[in-house]
Design a protein around this ligand. Structure first.
Ligand code: NAD
Length: 406
């Protein structure tokens, strides 16, 4: 299986063949400006010392400060972070916000840490990287397994080290610590605006049946938003199980069940299956909202959805992309579909810099305008290029980055 970065470079080459970018630009944009690897010592509760490896990749800042989340995962490494940082540069360009692309991470299974250890690790990440981040340099945010509370610890650590307590160094903070209204649900909400803007053109019925892979920040909010909009959520999964009910899941009760038991599995009123089964249930829309490389050459034939909306980053491999395009199954790509998160993160940064606090209605109105405008533009571009939506989104983003670099 290709690494996520090989996957990203493959996507770059395919999109580049559709437009007339200079060779120099294509060479430059494929290389990160800076890759940083740090050691983070943490005193564990049992008195021992453990050293974790942390990362920040600053890929491209032609359009503004680096921007991108921090991932805590036992399989995270610098190659994965590099791919995610590249996609962030494109994503910020897709929504035309004044940010470049970066990403961070720590190789750790956070579920094995106590709260005190998690705080020590998070403060350690910021201490190790305090010289390279900052409101005008690099603005991190949450990603897989990192939370608003972790962002608050990091913002506090940055304030102690630099005296800058504006909070603008990091986004996705709790409201009490300078967070933005709407940030928690922004990724899923932005995906919903894109879906609504494109639904008819993607050939999906109004009474769309949805399956969601992943039930964390992106997936759980997506389940809530689609179900409140009257769509049936027929299956969801987390890392331990998939639950399916063709009449529609009670999403609110399911979230309560997950909170109480730690998994969606065993939810009353649904059939519990293996986690990957969520990908194969009959539905109109499949929303991958977990990790990379979930839809691949070896399982794409089993997917029955009529369209895919990628809230996760990099869930579809290039081979699977080709197979879906050939079958006429549209894929709304990650760099468009999940860009609501970074868009509202940028609103948060702007509010912190200006000392303002916008209402949730204001945030969502601005978010909707951006998502609908860019979704329309990419759909039209895909038609003129006779390409899939991913290549069209790449071309639009690369053109914007190239203009900034030139
Ligand atoms: P999260 O940690 O809140 O949730 C991840 C979910 O995926 C959990 O429910 C977990 O159980 C599930 N999962 C993990 N491994 C799985 C597996 N093998 N099969 C099924 N489910 C599995 O993370 P998140 O913030 O929701 O991020 C999910 C995806 O969305 C990532 O690709 C992330 O990069 C992307 N994303 C998130 C945001 C955001 O604002 N949170 C923004 C843009 C993109």
């Amino acid at each position: 299986m290709p690494t996520p970065f090989e996957h990203a470079m493959h996507q770059l080459a395919r999109a580049a063949s559709l437009a007339s970018f200079s060779q120099d630009f294509l060479e430059r944009v494929a290389h990160p400006n800076r890759q940083i690897r740090v050691s983070i010592p943490v005193k564990m509760d049992d008195g021992s010392l453990k050293v974790y490896e942390g990362y920040r990749v600053q890929f491209n800042n032609a359009r503004g400060p680096y921007k991108g989340g921090i991932r805590y995962h036992q399989e995270t490494d610098i190659e994965e972070v590099k791919a995610l940082a590249f996609w962030m540069a494109l994503k910020c360009a897709v929504v035309n916000i004044p940010m470049g692309g970066g990403k961070g991470g720590v190789n750790v299974d956070p579920k094995g840490l106590s709260k005190r250890e998690l705080e020590a690790l998070s403060r350690g990440w910021m201490r190790a990287l305090v010289d390279v981040v900052g409101p005008q340099k690099d603005v991190p945010a949450p990603d897989v397994n990192t939370t608003p509370e972790i962002m608050a610890w990091m913002a506090d650590e940055f304030g102690k080290a630099t005296g800058d307590t504006s909070g603008a160094v990091i986004t996705g903070k709790p409201l009490e610590a300078g967070g933005s209204e709407g940030r928690g649900t922004a990724t899923a909400q932005g995906g919903f605006y894109v879906f609504e803007a494109l639904r008819e053109r993607l050939g999906l019925p109004a009474s769309c049946r949805v399956a969601i892979h992943g039930f964390g920040n992106a997936g759980e909010h997506a389940a809530d938003i689609w179900s409140k909009a009257g769509r049936k959520v027929v299956a969801v999964s987390d890392s331990k199980a998939c639950v399916r009910n063709d009449d529609g899941l009670d999403v609110v009760a399911l979230a309560r069940h997950k909170k109480a038991t730690g998994s969606v599995g065993g939810f009353v009123g649904a059939t519990t299956l293996a986690p990957e089964e969520v990908l194969y249930v009959p539905c109109d829309l499949l929303i991958p909202a977990a990790l990379e490389n979930q839809i691949r050459a070896d399982n794409v034939a089993r997917i029955q959805a009529k369209a895919i909306l990628e809230l996760a980053n990099g869930p579809t491999t290039p081979e699977a992309d080709d197979a879906l395009f050939a079958r006429g199954v549209p894929v709304v790509p990650d760099i468009l579909a999940n860009s609501g998160g970074v868009t509202v993160s940028t609103f948060e940064w702007e509010q912190n810099l200006k000392g303002e606090h916008w209402s949730e209605a204001d945030v969502f109105e601005k978010l909707k305008a951006i998502m609908v405008r860019e979704a329309d533009g990419i759909f039209v571009r895909a038609q003129s290029l006779q390409s899939d939506l991913r290549r069209a989104a790449f071309v639009v983003a690369l053109e914007r980055i190239e203009s900034a670099m030139v």
